[in-house]
Design a protein around this ligand. Structure first.
Ligand code: DHB
Length: 356
């Protein structure tokens, strides 16, 4: 039941090289290597023209286009194949006693209460999950920015408009042309937070997307019925620290980034990298140095991705106050970016993923 819900969610699809290496290392990257698309560049579009940022030339690295939902599926399959138990659709999940040496997680499944006694709890249960919520408010410091717009996203069974992703700054608002495969496209347009999906029939979506793209791109756009359509708000959020005794937060349970730049899943992967190393050190070497350093190490990388996602969002969207002066500043920044090797290398380094 939960399996279906999890797999039905449509999420971003750009994997950093470090994320791919991590999936490789744990043996769940076979399908990713068969089906993922390797991208060595992205395009930035503004003032009616497109400019390529060569990620590979400036960093030696690439990104892989492979849906987050597919990563989830591969991980679920790997757990099944290894005979590991996963409990889906548990109710009343409650982490507890993690400030002692004997943490536990209790939950209700099919009317029966279960209790798991454990050494550690990994709170990887998303922004709305119980792990962070179970921490006393005084023990947490939170940082938040809400953006005054949303993204309307459409998935369609059509070939992508272009071989690489196009990020567009347009007076009518941001647009992004992405893909899941060579026959499945993912498009987004910035929309109002008041908009409802049913106010956006397919034709209206395609018309709006076309208005924000250059003529040459429009000529290559293949439209078709949407197979998924949704509106997502944009938010930056960080909770500090990421460790509470024997419970560790990882991924969206601890931080949210706006989607611009596709960092959400990649940040969850780097958290898991640090945490898994720390836990291995604890068991193999009887050292708690790794788990003691987890929160600070993870947060240092998290904040850099929070900054990058905020910056991409700020540069590419229409804000209520980016009329006039603000809009000119955005264009100046974009023009600088595509004309300076230093500036485009800086974008590229962040886009392909900062080192772990
Ligand atoms: C996608 C989403 C993003 O936020 C992004 O920056 C790039 C691609 C996507 O869904 O394909």
């Amino acid at each position: 039941m939960r399996t279906k819900v999890v797999l039905a969610r449509i999420r971003a699809g750009v994997l950093e090289q470090g994320t791919v290496e991590l999936l490789n290392e744990v043996g769940v990257a076979a399908r990713l290597h068969r089906e993922g698309l390797i991208h060595g560049g992205i395009e930035l579009a503004f003032a009616g023209a497109r400019h390529r940022i060569d990620l590979k030339q400036s960093t030696g690295k690439v990104v892989t286009i492979y849906g987050q939902t597919e990563v989830t599926r591969d991980l679920m399959d790997a757990r099944d194949a290894a005979g590991l138990q996963t409990v889906y659709a548990a109710d009343h999940v409650s982490p507890g006693d993690y400030d002692t040496d004997h943490p536990r997680v209790s939950f209700v499944k099919d009317g029966t209460t279960h209790k798991i006694e454990c050494d550690f709890i990994a709170g990887c249960d998303g922004f709305h999950g119980i792990s962070r919520q179970s921490v006393p408010a005084a023990a947490l410091e939170t940082f938040e920015r809400i953006y005054p717009f949303g993204w309307l996203g459409v998935l369609s069974e059509t070939p992508p408009i272009s071989p690489e992703l196009i990020y567009t700054n347009h007076p009518r608002g941001f647009a992004l042309c992405s893909m899941r495969s060579m026959h499945r496209s993912r498009y987004y347009v910035q929309c109002s937070l008041e908009d409802q999906v049913d106010q956006w029939p397919d034709q209206k979506f395609w018309d709006e997307l076309k208005r924000r793209l250059d003529q040459e791109a429009v000529a290559h756009l293949v439209t078709g019925p949407s197979i998924e359509k949704g509106i997502a708000p944009l938010r930056s959020f960080v909770a500090e620290p990421m460790r509470f005794g024997r419970m560790f937060l990882a991924g969206d349970a601890a931080h949210i980034v706006p989607p611009t730049g596709a960092k959400g899943l990649n940040l969850a992967a780097s958290d898991v990298y640090y945490l898994s190393r720390g836990l291995r050190e604890y068991y193999d070497e009887k050292s708690s140095a790794g788990i003691d350093a987890y929160s600070a190490k993870a947060l240092a990388r998290v904040w850099k991705a929070v900054r990058f996602s905020w910056w991409m969002t700020s540069m590419l969207h229409r804000f209520p106050d980016t009329e006039g002066f603000g809009a000119r500043i955005q264009l100046a920044e974009l023009s600088y970016l595509v004309s300076s090797q230093a500036a485009s290398t800086s974008l590229s380094e962040n886009y392909v993923g900062l080192p772990y």
